[in-house]
Design a protein around this ligand. Structure first.
Ligand SMILES: NC(=O)c1ccc[n+]([C@@H]2O[C@H](COP(=O)([O-])OP(=O)(O)OC[C@H]3O[C@@H](n4cnc5c(N)ncnc54)[C@H](OP(=O)(O)O)[C@@H]3O)[C@@H](O)[C@H]2O)c1
Length: 442
């Protein structure tokens, strides 16, 4: 039998312990596929004394993850500690510098240092595999890098954060407000005690930067991404979306435009009949638009120990089989700087909900401000029905009246300018709600 692939594993938490289990249970299948066993020989975590649901005594314990990464007895280093800084960064760099392939699930590390790490892996002619870092169990990295390696991409977008999709799904299906759904998500372990990173869109942005780089051959640059979270979404928006034929999802979107690559994360209205609109709960989905190909949507578990471990083990199997591809699908030196398409130039349809002061001339002023920016309306509704009652108690003289507008394609700049003018005119109460609309490809 060929020598086993000897694994050093740093991180024995949700994902690390699932990897230990999966390698044990899948041992024979992996042996049949790769022609050699994959064996964990040494491990590391923060605390050796911690009680775990796996038996780590049979593995050698190495107190320092950086020492483990360079340990001469291992063939491959698996990093499952997390975090963009040390020890994850130094451990991954050390393993690569020592000529050892690396498997990681660490989106934060890749989003911040992916370019340098890919160059280092290339110089040392070893693999840097990170299938688990985006959408866990959905093989989206390989789909972009290998399965569609010969295609030109025009747009890639997806539900990349299960917590947000869970919250929006619960709000819509159970008619609960944001805060109640967030509390449930925390109780069920879908959301952290501090949910900011998820609900304000930063987690989605890190994943989007990895996908955009794979799709468009650009250097990773999370700062090039416009980010807006879901905490301002109300039941009124979800009701309006429903009646207008849409659902609201937090999407990460990367699009090729005439100006460069537009990368954005924000609540988005998607047509109810689109594949992405069907994705509810903690499930993730990614739609890929490539030239000459009907859109492809991948749907599956975007988090969880076993789902993430499945991607880690698949990456290990590639290494055991001797498969090595450039980490981001092309030599690191040929990854180009992101030519950032400014968000102000984003073109698309918009949903705008505002509370118009119920006094003569308000509607005409709003219409005039939109017209001044050449914004045409596909529909406009002044709500005096149940939906409206979720926003205010309209109808009595002097009280605000909810107005919902859907625009034809226009620019972000035009919408922002029109709304600044409307607010200055004092014909609305509070802040207008704006949700961008993402259509299916024509
Ligand atoms: N969980 C998911 O669903 C999921 C999905 C996709 C990707 N990921 C990624 O997978 C990675 C691991 O996530 P996880 O959910 O398994 O995290 P986790 O449950 O918090 O486990 C982290 C592990 O790393 C160890 N660790 C943390 N800091 C360390 C340090 N300074 N030195 C040594 N060991 C350290 C911890 O040790 P102790 O056990 O001793 O505390 C623990 O074993 C992260 O990059 C995450 O973004 C996770």
């Amino acid at each position: 039998m060929t020598a086993p692939l000897k694994v050093g594993l740093a991180g024995l938490g949700t994902v690390g312990s699932a990897v230990v289990e999966l390698l044990q249970h899948g041992r024979d299948k992996l042996l049949a596929r790769c022609g050699r066993p994959i064996e964990i020989v040494a491990v590391n975590a923060r605390s050796r004394a911690k009680k775990r649901n796996i038996d780590v005594k049979k593995f050698r314990w190495v107190a320092d993850p950086v020492a483990l990464a360079q340990d001469p007895s291992i063939d491959v280093f698996v990093e499952l500690m997390g975090g963009a800084g040390d020890p994850a960064k130094r451990a991954v760099e050390s393993a690569l510098a020592a000529g050892k392939p690396v498997v990681t699930a660490n989106k934060a590390l890749l989003a911040r240092h992916g370019q340098k790490l890919a160059a280092l892996a290339e110089r040392r002619q070893v693999a840097l595999n990170f299938e688990a870092s985006v959408c866990a169990g959905i093989p989206v990295v390989k789909t972009l890098r290998e399965g569609l390696g010969g295609n030109s991409f025009t747009r890639i977008y997806g539900i990349l954060n299960g917590t947000c999709n869970y919250i929006l799904s619960r709000m819509e299906q159970d008619r609960l407000v944001f805060d109640d759904c967030l509390r449930d998500a925390q109780r069920l372990g879908y959301a952290e005690a501090d949910p900011t990173f998820d609900v304000e869109g930063y987690d989605t942005a890190q994943k989007l930067s990895i996908l955009a780089s794979l799709a468009f051959g650009t250097r990773l640059d999370p700062k090039a991404i416009y980010v807006e979270g879901i905490s301002s979404i109300t039941l009124a928006d979800l009701d309006a979306a429903d009646q207008l034929g849409y659902r609201v999802k937090l999407l990460g979107v990367a699009v090729k435009t005439g100006e460069g690559i537009e990368q954005r994360v924000h609540p988005t209205m998607v047509p109810k009949d689109s594949a992405i609109a069907q994705v509810m709960g903690v499930t993730n989905a990614v739609t890929v638009d490539a030239e000459g190909l009907a859109p492809i949507t991948l749907v599956g578990p975007g988090a969880g120990g076993m789902a993430t471990a499945s991607a880690v083990v698949s990456d290990l199997a590639d290494i055991a089989c001797g498969v090595r591809t450039p980490p981001f699908g092309r030599p690191a030196a040929r990854m180009t700087a992101v030519r950032k398409a400014p968000m102000q130039h984003h073109e698309g349809g918009y949903y705008i909900r505002l509370l118009a002061r119920d006094r003569p001339g308000s509607a005409a002023t709003i219409a005039r401000r939109l017209a001044q920016q050449n914004i045409s309306l596909e529909s406009i509704v002044q709500r005096h029905d149940n939906m409206a009652r979720n926003m205010a108690r309209p109808g009595r003289s002097g009280e605000p009246v909810p107005v919902i507008m859907i625009t034809y394609a226009t620019s972000e700049d035009a919408v922002r300018k029109a709304l600044v003018a409307v607010r200055r005119d004092r014909v609305i109460s509070g802040r207008p709600q704006v949700i961008r609309i993402e259509k299916n490809r024509a």
